[in-house]
Design a protein around this ligand. Structure first.
Ligand SMILES: [Fe+2]
Length: 373
């Protein structure tokens, strides 16, 4: 248990002796000084919780002493023990010395003891509050630190997850491309067709201002749009002459076959309807298949792919004709805009052609969809 100290200051030595006698058996350390200067020196050396001073002393008044103590040792409690209870002294002691109590001489023994106990309790309470405030402040700092670390960790983890996710998507796209290439390789005239349709379609989609996920979907659907041709007999696919009506019916099955092939793949769930409807006509005409959907009922990527598919087919060599010049393609797009094609997609392609020329149709550089996005 901490032992409390009280310092009495009085120029009358008899008073100091009486106080020492009174408090001899109390659980406190009693110090005395007969001059204010001596008291201030003592406070520098000793831990003192309470100072009790007389007012009238030769070298310094009690109020002045307490005011100095307040500046140098703000935690020490200050009291006045005086026979002169003029109002002005009391007011000064309270204002300049911020005293805890004013006791008048002659004092009541029990009252003085009780007041000292109160003063020590008050001192302990203030110190405890100060300590708790300090602990709270330190814990707040610690918490802030922990929060910062946590935030950094979450940011790190999120980035790692995003990287992993991107890695996975890139892997998927590579697989999808390999599949598309395998289909196109059945016919030397269509080699690279799906990849080019994917590229043109993504460029048109970006020109239309579609969001990132949508452009990615357009690209993948472009790569896979003809995957169902795997279920159409090779003899029909590679036939150089005009198809018979029965053969054409076989070819028309490829969007549905393609959709069925892709349906079980979770990653391609959004792509399936785009593949299924890539031969629908915008005006819902009977020339479209498989369901004769109309306008906005046709998935947007399907409409983009139909335009890209037409551009790619017309600008490639075929067994029965050479690649057609771009102005023929433009005429064809104008002619069927609003019937076969969605006009806003034709418009986006024409704007792209205007801005960039037709060079991107000729170049076959390796296309990286994620670099493009
Ligand atoms: Fe097709």
């Amino acid at each position: 248990m901490h032992e409390h100290s009280v310092l009495f200051v009085d120029d009358e030595v008899n008073i100091l002796k009486a106080l020492q006698r009174l408090l001899r058996s109390e659980p406190m350390n009693v110090l005395t000084a007969s001059r204010p200067g001596e008291a201030l020196e003592l406070l520098e050396r000793e831990q003192v919780e309470v100072v009790v001073t007389d007012q009238r002393m030769p070298e310094m008044s009690g109020v002045d002493l307490l005011s100095t103590v307040r500046e140098r040792h703000p935690d020490t409690l200050r009291m006045m023990l005086t026979g002169y209870t003029e109002m002005n002294v009391a007011v000064e002691a309270i204002n300049r010395g911020e005293i805890f109590r004013l006791i008048t001489k002659p004092w009541q023994d029990d009252e003085l003891k009780a007041t000292l106990r109160q003063a020590f309790d008050h001192y302990d309470l203030k110190r405890e509050i100060k300590r708790l405030n300090q602990v709270t402040r330190e814990q707040n700092f610690k918490l802030q630190d922990m929060n910062k670390n946590l935030e950094a960790k979450v940011r790190d983890r999120t980035r790692q997850l995003a990287d992993k996710n991107q890695e996975l998507r890139t892997g998927y796209v590579q697989t999808v491309r390999a599949l598309a290439e395998a289909i196109d390789a059945k016919d030397r005239y269509t080699r690279g067709h799906s990849e080019r349709v994917g590229v043109y379609a993504s460029r048109i989609a970006r020109r239309m201002g579609l969001r990132r996920e949508m452009i990615e979907r357009v690209y993948i659907a472009g790569l896979l749009h003809d995957v169902g041709k795997i279920g159409v007999p090779d003899a029909i696919i590679t036939k150089p002459d005009r198809l018979s009506p029965q053969e054409y019916e076989e070819v028309k099955k490829h969007p549905e076959i393609g959709a069925r092939i892709l349906e079980p793949v979770e990653f391609l769930r959004e792509v399936v309807p785009c593949v299924r409807h890539h031969h629908e006509w915008f005006d819902g005409s009977a020339a479209g298949y498989p369901q004769r959907l109309c306008g906005d009922d046709i998935p947007l990527p399907s409409r983009v792919i139909l335009v890209a598919d037409t551009i790619e087919a017309m600008t490639s060599n075929r067994p029965y004709r050479n690649a057609l010049p771009i102005d023929v393609v433009v005429r064809e797009l104008h002619k069927y805009s609003g019937s076969q094609f969605d006009p806003k997609i034709v418009e986006a392609f024409l704007a792209l052609l205007d801005e960039e020329g037709d060079e991107f149709i000729q170049t076959h550089e390796k296309f990286d969809i994620y670099a493009f996005l």
